[in-house]
Design a protein around this ligand. Structure first.
Ligand code: PLP
Length: 434
């Protein structure tokens, strides 16, 4: 594989960490020894992960360096999905109230691995009111964000070499989560005309070994929201394949962006369309709390082997080392289950960028949700395009990181003023390709 600038940056960054680590241990005896340490001390598996480390994170680190060099106001960092909107006031107030509570052994203590019962009651009630479902605390497992929840459910379901099908473009971390549980990712190629799941290609990839299909709507990186009809069609394919193979296929719906939708777009609740659905939710984006690491899994009673799956997920939470989701954040969430960030801020960014970028000649998928635009690269090699964009101090993420070369992702969860400052750079970048 050709080394991209961000790969080489990641490599340099990692190398300097090695050198620092060796100095700290007082055993730096020259370059060869450093390399020997590198291969001997960490696992082969981890070595691969370190070298293939997230392009998004590498861009983010590079953005910080560029900001130091050129001044923060002259660098336009659209690389990371880090919410720019403050958490709602009621969430901040709940944090202050909860911290004042005196409840020895409870508030800051261990609890059931699935989380506090009262918190799970509140969440089940919220879901039932919102989506006309019938969940109870027994269907909810509190998790360490969406990432924690996905790792828990994959650990719960997968035997070695079980397959998990994903639709390109997809959040690249899924590769790691599935590998953590010993499974294998099977990728369905994108339908770039709509960026809805390509169901004909899905049919060809489902086999006896398919344990789960993992979807994400509203989608990172495209911003596309799956329509009700798409979910019905997807459910029909899965039902048919379950009958054909005599297996259970779980549909895992990763939904950290559920609340971030614009206009009158609705995000259908997936458990209504397919019994074997498991939902992974997170407050990282809906309440702008990604660093606080809080979310939950929904395992409905209708899911195959529901009781065993829920009990095993409870154990998976512990054996993965999470033990339980953060107790303080659980109690905060219980007080503001209906709170939401102000999506008007993202909508304003979205409208401005879509309008201006289309005027400059860029094409992008219909962005009804999340806070990303997935834009067609102006040259076939998306990494080369990202490198060219960097010359204009624009930091974008190549579509290849989402298994969809030929595109780039723009995260617009940024300060509106930065977008205004970045527009001339986008225009000049487009002019290069005219
Ligand atoms: N899934 C998708 C599609 C995401 O975009 C992200 C984060 O950006 C996650 C999961 C992880 O979310 P969390 O921070 O809640 O673990």
């Amino acid at each position: 594989m050709r080394a991209s600038p961000s790969n080489s940056l990641t490599a340099k960054f990692i190398k300097s960490l090695w050198v620092l680590a060796c100095f700290a241990e007082n055993d730096y005896n020259g370059r060869q020894d450093v390399q020997k340490e590198e291969t001997e001390m960490i696992s082969k598996q981890m070595e691969k992960l370190v070298h293939g480390s997230s392009v998004i994170r590498a861009m983010f680190e590079e953005g910080k360096k560029m900001a130091e060099k050129y001044g923060a106001e002259n660098v336009y960092d659209f690389s990371l999905g880090n919410p720019s909107v403050e958490p709602p006031e009621e969430v901040k107030q709940a944090m202050m109230d909860v911290i004042q509570e005196v409840d020895p052994g409870t508030l800051h203590g261990y609890m059931s691995n699935s989380g506090f019962e009262d918190v799970r009651d509140r969440i089940a009630d919220h879901l039932n009111r919102s989506f006309d479902t019938h969940f109870t605390r027994d269907h909810i497992i509190m998790t360490v964000g969406a990432a924690g929840g996905l790792n828990v459910i994959l650990k719960t379901l997968l035997d070695p070499d079980d397959e998990v099908i994903v639709f390109a473009p997809f959040f690249g971390e899924y590769n790691n989560y599935v590998a953590n549980a010993g499974g294998r990712v099977v990728v369905v190629p994108p339908d770039t005309s709509t960026f809805m799941p390509n169901l004909e290609e899905l049919k060809k990839r489902i086999s006896q070994r398919t344990k789960a299909v993992l979807i994400n709507t509203p989608n990172n990186p495209t911003g596309v929201v799956y329509s009700e009809q798409t979910l019905k069609d997807l459910a029909a394919v899965l039902e048919e394949k379950q009958r054909e193979f005599g297996t259970d296929i779980y549909l895992i719906s990763d939904e950290p962006y559920r609340e971030l939708v614009y206009g009158d777009i609705e995000v259908p609740y997936v458990t209504k369309y397919y019994n074997n659905t498991i939902v992974g939710y997170s407050y990282s984006k809906s309440l702008s709390l990604p660093g606080e690491r809080i979310g939950y899994l929904v395992i409905p009673a209708e899911a195959a082997d529901y009781e065993q799956v829920a009990a095993a997920a409870n154990v998976a939470t512990r054996v993965l080392g999470f033990v339980n989701a953060p107790s303080f954040q659980q109690k905060v969430i219980a007080r503001c289950v209906d709170a939401r960030v102000d999506v008007a801020v993202y909508d304003r960014n979205r409208r401005l960028l879509v309008e201006k970028l289309r005027n400059y000649g860029y094409e992008c998928a219909r962005p009804d949700g999340a806070f990303y635009l997935f834009v067609k690269s102006l040259e076939p090699d998306d990494s080369a395009f990202v490198a060219k964009a960097k010359e204009f101090k624009l930091l974008l993420v190549p579509g290849s990181s989402f298994a969809c070369p030929g595109y780039v992702r723009i995260a617009y969860c940024v300060d509106h003023e930065m977008i205004l400052r970045a527009l001339p750079a986008f225009e000049k970048l487009a002019e290069v390709y005219r």
